[in-house]
Structure formats: C-alpha cells, structure tokens
Write a protein that binds this ligand. Structure first.
Ligand SMILES: Nc1ncnc2c1ncn2[C@@H]1O[C@H](COP(=O)(O)OP(=O)(O)OP(=O)(O)O)[C@@H](O)[C@H]1O
Ligand SMILES: [Mg+2]
Length: 346
C-alpha cells in the first residue's frame, strides 16, 4: 500500500466497493427480475466511476488536511522560504514522497545540529584561549603602571625600564590581535592572494637576513641547500615570506643553543618541496596532529619570552590551504623537527 499513488489507491478501493455494491444489488435484482449480465456490468461500471471520484476527492481532502501542512513546512524549510511550495500531484506516490521528505529533513537537521554543536564547542574554546592569552600581557601592564603610580615614576632607576616593559607587553597584544585578524580573514576567504612568479631562493635569503640576529643570539647557523641558482614558483610572495618567517623563527625558538637550521628545496614534477629542518628539542608524536590548531602550544606553561601564543602555525596552514598546497611535519623528540610544504612551479 505504501507505494500506491492516491489515484491508484482510489481505483483499488473503488473496484472493491463497486464489486460489493454490484453483487448486493444483483442479488436484490434477481428476486424481482431475471438475471441480466449486461445490467450487472453496467451497474458495476457506473458504481466504479462514481466510487473512484468520491474516493479520489476524499483522499485528496484527507491528504490536504493531514499532510499538506507538514509537507509544505518541511519542503519550505528544505528549499528555503522564498520558493513557492510545490503542488501535490495525486498521480504520484504522495505518501512515499512525504515519508522520504521527512527522512531527508531529519538527516539534514541532525547533521546541522552536529555542526552547530561542534562550532559552539570551538567558539567556547576559542574565547577561552583568547581571554587567557590576553590576560598575561594585560596583567603585566597593570603591574608596571601600578608600580609607577605608587612612586616608581619618580624613581629614575626604574621608571624608564618599566615603561619599556609595559610597551613590550602592549606590542605583544598588538601582535596577537593582528594574528587573530589575519586568521579571521584567511578563514572567511577575505584574503586575496596576489599570485605571481618569483624566485623562492632569493626570497628565502631575504627572510634569513631579516631574522639572522635572532639566530645569532642562540648561535644557530642557518644553511640553504639548493641545486639551482633560481627556483621560480607561482605564489603570493608576501604570504610565503610569512610562512618562511614563521617556520624559521620556530626552528630558532625551539632549536638548541649552537644548533643548525637547514632549508632544502626539492624539485617534484609540478611542485617545489621546501623543507625547514632543525636539530632542536623535537616534538612528541601525540602533539603532531594538533600542531596546526590555533593556540596550540606544546609547553603551555613555558615563559613567553622564547615562544608565542601558538597562532603562527595556524596562519601558516591557512596560507598553504589558500594556495591549494600542503604542509607537513615530522619530528623526533630530542633529535629535531622537519616542516615541509609545497609550492607550484612557475
Ligand atoms: N621547530 C619546532 N620544534 C619544536 N617544537 C615546535 C617547532 N615549531 C613549533 N613547535 C611547537 O608548536 C607550537 C606551535 O607553534 P606556533 O608557531 O603555532 O606557535 P608559537 O611559536 O608558540 O607562537 P607564535 O608563532 O604564534 O608566535 C609551539 O608552541 C611549539 O611548542
Ligand atoms: Mg611560532
């Protein structure tokens, strides 16, 4: 019965009722007149037609009252309220269709609820992280200002250094807000890439020059290993500068005193593979899958002087995704880490 259309259902019911009426009427008829097959067939046909239209009308009304509202509501929710609801066609399997619409609607809603629950959890964690990360510099600034107000301002020995320290904390906050702004832009695809052909080797050398002072402080040597003099790629040079800076600064920050950072380039068929390898502290395997999440830091209690807020690699990953390229990491605790990403050859 489930797969019958209202018309088919009306027809079957009509046959049944028409046959019943015809048999009853024929029996009464026989009492008064001789049996006539033609008259019985004519009566049956007449009853069938009448019953069919009555049933069809009745089923139509029933569907209209009981199901149309549910059907229309679900259908409108599925296709959006702007579209006109479809008319119910009595020649098709309306019940089956309504049933399918309800099942689809239920599945879609379940998925939507799961997505919203995940987002809610993510939002809660994110807000918690942001407030936690901002608290540290805010409390330091408050501490410096209070000390200055309580007499430190007149003390020549500390007033300048405390103001400088407060400024450092403010800069940290600005850096963090800039990073968050960057991530927000990358996630909402508002970041337009300025793709062009450029020499990746020359760009890497520029990046190294700009952060060499950091490496020198930790006596870390940075080496470039490339077979060619020029490596041309098609990418956004400003964004790739960010990626290289983040990875090389990490290799210094989490590298060991007197260590080394090797940057290698490999020619794959259509891409160039760039590797930034250090011989620093390394990363335990359990952390590797979460390393590119926002705010993820391995040593959360560590002082911020040699590390940041855990946004660097999240930005790097977004930039690589915007380029439709990949970034990977492999690492062994105590031996070092290798971050590798690909770029399209130009
Ligand atoms: N080369 C590396 N060796 C060892 N650990 C690393 C290395 N690179 C990153 N990590 C670990 O991954 C974490 C996340 O790195 P990420 O660059 O995202 O953040 P961060 O350096 O802490 O802060 P930010 O880059 O935002 O200033 C770091 O806190 C560090 O624990
Ligand atoms: Mg970093």
């Amino acid at each position: 019965m489930r797969n019958l259309s209202p018309q088919q259902l009306a027809f079957r019911l009509s046959i049944l009722i028409a046959a019943l009426i015809s048999v009853c009427c024929s029996l009464v008829w026989i009492i008064y007149y001789p049996f006539s097959l033609m008259a019985s067939i004519a009566f049956f046909t007449f009853s069938l037609v009448i019953c069919y239209f009555i049933f069809l009308w009745g089923i139509g009304q029933f569907i209209d009252k009981k199901f149309r509202l549910i059907y229309k509501t679900i259908h409108n929710l599925k296709v959006g309220l702007k579209r006109e609801p479809q008319q119910i066609d009595l020649s098709e399997d309306v019940f089956g269709r309504i049933r399918q619409e309800v099942i689809d609607w239920d599945q879609k809603n379940r998925k939507e609820i799961e997505r919203l629950t995940d987002q809610e959890q993510f939002r809660r964690e994110f807000l918690g992280n942001v407030s936690h990360e901002l608290k540290t510099p805010i409390f330091s600034i408050q501490g410096y200002i209070l000390t200055l107000l309580e007499g430190g301002l007149e003390d020549e020995e500390i007033n300048r250094s405390f103001l400088l320290k407060a400024e450092k904390s403010i800069n940290r906050m600005i850096e963090m807000v800039d990073d968050l702004d960057e991530i927000a832009k990358l996630e909402s695809n508002r970041m337009q890439l300025d793709l062009k052909k450029f020499d990746l080797l020359a760009l890497t050398k520029e990046v190294i020059e700009s952060i060499e002072y950091k490496a020198k402080k930790k006596k870390i040597t940075i080496n470039i290993k490339a077979e060619d003099k020029n490596i041309f790629v098609k990418a956004d040079p400003a964004r790739i500068t960010q990626v290289l800076t983040n990875l090389i600064v990490n290799s210094i920050n989490y590298g060991k005193e007197g260590g080394r950072t090797n940057i290698r380039f490999y020619d794959l068929d259509e891409n160039i593979l760039v590797e930034v390898a250090d011989n620093g502290r390394g990363i335990e395997e359990v952390h590797l899958p979460r390393l590119f999440e926002r705010f993820y830091r391995i040593d959360k209690g560590r002082s911020r002087s040699d590390g940041g807020s855990g946004l660097g690699l999240a930005i790097v990953k977004h930039i690589m995704e915007a380029h439709k390229q990949t970034i990977n990491v492999r690492s062994k605790i105590g031996e070092g880490s290798v971050f590798s990403f690909t770029l399209e050859k130009a």
